[in-house]
Design a protein around this ligand. Structure first.
Ligand SMILES: [Zn+2]
Length: 242
């Protein structure tokens, strides 16, 4: 992302204390909260078949149920070492994406989006996404994109190459858990099933779909409700003026 107001000064690795609210900068860029760092590499953890009350599915041989599952779905294991090494601004850390989605944290700064703007906007959150054929975000639309606070949205729209090509923004009344995006394993071979589209390696699987027992989750997927499309620049001007 880019230069922004600095509520906290740029940190170095030496003096950084890894917390959700700390801001990191890399070569002048604001590193999003959900971006992974090089020392947060996924370690190989082979999956095994595990019998479960609702039917067989995948699990880890050394599974710790509280840490490895959420809503009974197996999640990827990933170290949480934010700020260590170099960031990958284009990628997503699965567990911080989940944290941001669960608690409605801004995907860029990691602060809660239950903030002053939330009240000012009629208790709604701002969601910004890359434009798909120019259409607005629709009611009930699925997304893996956590909300964003207003200053970060303005910054991202200017700085993020993906968003600069075109973005859509909406104020959203609520999000509803829908399922996960992840890697689906073949029950016979216990090997990942290749995605139909190599550019989209993660398959979206609903909680009620039995396939979810064979899915290694890497993103929370929610649906958006009470969507009102907004123009980001108008929203920013209006919010400052109030
Ligand atoms: Zn923010």
């Amino acid at each position: 992302m880019s230069r922004r107001r600095t509520t906290s000064p740029p940190r170095t690795r030496e003096n950084s204390d890894v917390t959700a609210r700390q801001q990191f900068y890399w070569r002048g860029l604001h590193v999003p909260f959900i971006a992974p760092w090089s020392e947060e590499r996924t370690l190989p953890h082979p999956v095994v078949e595990r019998p479960r009350s609702e039917g067989a599915g995948i699990g880890y041989a050394d599974e710790f149920s509280r840490a490895d599952r959420r809503h009974d779905v197996l999640w990827v294991r990933r170290p949480v070492l934010r700020g260590r090494g170099t960031p990958d601004l284009a990628a997503v850390h699965p567990l911080r994406q989940r944290q941001a989605m669960s608690h409605m944290l801004c995907q860029v700064c990691g602060e809660s989006t239950f903030n002053e703007d939330f009240g000012r906007w009629g208790e709604r959150h701002l969601i910004i996404a890359r434009a798909v054929e120019g259409r607005p975000l629709r009611e009930g639309e699925r997304t893996t994109t956590p909300p964003v606070c207003r200053p970060c949205a303005v910054e991202a729209a200017e700085a993020c190459p993906h968003l600069r090509k075109g973005h859509v923004a909406a104020l959203v009344k609520r999000t509803q858990p829908w399922g996960v995006a992840g890697i689906v394993y073949d029950p016979r071979t216990l090997l990942p099933i290749p995605p139909e589209n190599p550019k989209e390696p993660l398959a979206e699987v609903a909680f009620e779909d039995p396939v979810i027992r064979w899915t290694l989750a890497a993103r929370d997927v929610v649906t958006l409700h009470g969507c009102t499309p907004v123009d980001l620049s108008e929203l920013a001007a209006l919010s400052v003026a109030v």
